[in-house]
Write a protein that binds this ligand. Structure first.
Ligand code: ADP
Ligand code: MG
Length: 249
């Protein structure tokens, strides 16, 4: 059984069937990419994992527990974090101040997160945040204003803010959208490092096939709201159905 098990998920928006009978199993400690043309339902599916949307039918289990009907913060507490298409950081604050946001959320009791259970004073929180910045190679930018950084560094900071919560499952919706090639490559390297160093599973939606084929262990191709095929990257590349439906050949 996978860390994330999606069974028979369907979602309609009025008359539009955005998702229909989606079955998907994400295995622990793998990177599972979900690809497909614009409007295929990728973001809708991800939104069903994080409490932003409730499917009309089907089930979504994380570690055997249903995610449906839970609030986004409950889902975060269970160990599922999400990285957005546009980095969700606070531009007016410094890098370190941004890092302290998920940490203080714990201290102030808004969240009770597993990652901070053994931490009981502010200096330990700061230490944990600093260690995370070292891990993502940003500690030298700790006092920089977040708004002034490159898109790649903003993404790096956002990732660090997620990772400091020790998620078990990281969901990424087009993490390199709109990035210059150099920032895209930095993001690929960062995700590879995260994959190697941490006990983490990733489900990634991505348009850029260079990113997908650099990172993914498994790929699901979504077309018109339904998985067309799930396979290894090599088999996906060679699959004539995929070439026709998605790669446009
Ligand atoms: P993708 O992320 O694969 O590009 P989406 O999941 O964003 O696709 O969208 C799938 C389909 O559902 C599209 O036709 C889109 O227009 C529609 N859709 C998505 N969100 C909504 C919504 N909140 N209300 C109505 N239609 C939506
Ligand atoms: Mg989308």
């Amino acid at each position: 059984m996978g860390i994330l098990e999606v069974k028979g998920v369907g979602k309609r928006f009025g008359g539009l069937q955005a998702l229909g009978d989606v079955n998907l199993s994400v295995q622990e400690q793998t990177v599972h990419a979900i690809i497909g043309p614009n409007g295929a339902g990728k973001s809708t599916l991800l939104n069903c994992f994080v409490g932003k949307l409730i499917p009309d039918e089907g089930s979504v289990l994380f570690n055997g527990q249903s995610l449906l009907g839970r609030t986004p913060h409950e889902i975060t507490q269970m160990g599922v974090s999400r990285v957005f298409q546009t980095p969700e950081i606070f531009g007016d604050l410094s890098v370190m101040e941004n890092m302290m946001i998920p940490c203080f959320a714990k201290r102030d009791g808004a969240f009770r997160m597993h990652a901070f259970e053994s931490v009981d004073n502010e200096s330990e929180l700061i230490e944990k945040a600093e260690q995370m910045l070292i891990d993502v190679n940003m500690v030298d930018k700790r006092n920089m204003n977040a708004a002034s950084m490159s898109r790649g560094d903003k993404r790096r900071l956002e990732m660090a803010m997620c990772l400091v919560q020790d998620p078990k499952l990281l969901l990424l919706d087009e993490p390199t959208a709109g990035m210059a090639r150099a920032d895209t490559n930095n993001t690929i390297d960062l995700l590879k490092e995260i994959k190697e160093k941490r006990d983490i599973t990733m489900a990634i939606i991505e348009h850029d096939m260079h990113v997908v084929f650099s990172l993914a262990d498994r790929i699901t191709v979504l077309a018109q709201g339904t998985p067309l095929v799930e396979d290894t990257p090599q088999n996906i590349k060679d699959n004539p159905k995929v070439r026709e439906a998605y790669l446009g050949e």
